[in-house]
Design a protein around this ligand. Structure first.
Ligand code: ZN
Length: 127
């Protein structure tokens, strides 16, 4: 699965938005930011994933967005969440859920488990 995404994270403490990118699950990316800040004595749960843009070339798109919002750049990958940035997040990003960050529902799990049991039973009959 291609996970190449540009990701937007809100720091609820500073009210800045990070525009970064990752090939991993964006929630893993968030956890990575949190870990770095946690090591500096900050709270890890202050970061929220507010949107992602799946893309082919994440570095290219990130560069483009950093250039477009350069006026509001606050250092590293952080930006002042001006109207233009909030609009982009509202209109051009989507949410994210994958098997790494969200478990299947209990009913799906039951179905998968039943299918696995049936497959084992068929295999045993075939012996
Ligand atoms: Zn995920």
């Amino acid at each position: 699965m291609n996970h190449s995404t540009v990701c937007f994270a809100l720091d609820i403490e500073t009210n800045l938005v990070k525009i970064g990118c990752t090939s991993a699950c964006p929630h893993v990316w968030i956890a990575g930011i949190a870990k770095i800040w946690h090591q500096r004595g900050k709270f890890p749960d202050r970061f929220r994933l507010v949107g992602v843009i799946p893309c082919d070339d994440k570095l290219e798109l990130k560069r483009e967005l950093h250039t477009r919002f350069a006026k509001w750049h606050q250092g590293h990958e952080w930006f002042d969440p001006v109207r233009e940035i909030r609009l982009l997040i509202s209109s051009e990003t989507r949410g994210h859920a994958c098997n790494e960050c969200m478990n299947p529902s209990a009913s799906e799990n039951q179905m998968l488990s039943d299918q696995a049991s049936a497959a084992v039973a068929r295999a045993l009959r075939g012996l």
